[in-house]
Design a protein around this ligand. Structure first.
Ligand code: SF4
Ligand code: SF4
Length: 182
């Protein structure tokens, strides 16, 4: 856990605290979040371990991880956390910081992929049925890895896996309005 005093230099952990209004030291590493994460299998580092890296000051490792980019924002983790640590929000902040600090992401495609994912949510809305978003995200990720195609093929692949009628269109638009202001 990070100890905070008044003299310490501004750290990435502080940036995250400012962006999310919660301190990473809240997390006591019980692992409930990762146990329920529908995308955990595909991640290079378990969601709670990304929090741990930040707690310990291994900022580069955390910001370079693919995990925040694979996170589907389904909020299963945030709902389960006994400490009420909003891990989904934490992942948003880690992504933002990685971009702000110009961190080189291992998989170049993963950024493109994440953007395409967000664009699709903007267009079609997002259903909050647990696992559906994650499944969608992983399917499209595989299309991208397998096909290594131009944008046309990629978009065609996306359209094939998007459910025709997604619910909650309005609430999704609201979320985007909020996050777009960042
Ligand atoms: S469930 Fe909460 S306290 Fe437990 S490891 Fe995850 S973020 Fe930390
Ligand atoms: S919000 Fe992200 S980290 Fe949390 S359970 Fe969903 S996919 Fe996993």
């Amino acid at each position: 856990m990070s100890s905070h005093n008044h003299q310490h230099a501004h750290t990435i952990a502080d940036d995250i605290a400012e962006k999310t209004f919660q301190d990473v030291s809240l997390c006591y590493q019980c692992g409930k979040c990762s146990a329920g994460c529908p995308v955990r299998y595909y991640m290079d580092i378990a969601p709670n371990k990304v929090v741990r890296l930040i707690q310990l000051g291994f900022y580069e490792e955390a910001l370079k991880s693919e995990t925040p980019w694979l996170c589907a924002g389904c909020q299963t983790c945030s709902t389960r956390c006994p400490q009420e640590f909003d891990l989904a929000k934490f992942m948003d902040a880690v992504r933002e910081l990685a971009l702000e600090k110009g961190v080189e992401i291992k998989h170049k495609d993963i950024l493109k992929f994440h953007e395409a994912f967000l664009n699709q949510i903007k267009r079609f809305g997002r259903s909050y049925e647990i696992g559906l978003i994650a499944e969608y995200k992983m399917k499209t990720m595989h299309l991208m890895q397998d096909v290594d195609s131009g944008p046309d093929m990629f978009m065609k692949g996306l359209l094939e896996v998007i459910p025709h009628k997604m619910k909650d269109k309005k609430s999704v638009k609201d979320i985007f309005k909020k996050t777009a202001k960042k």
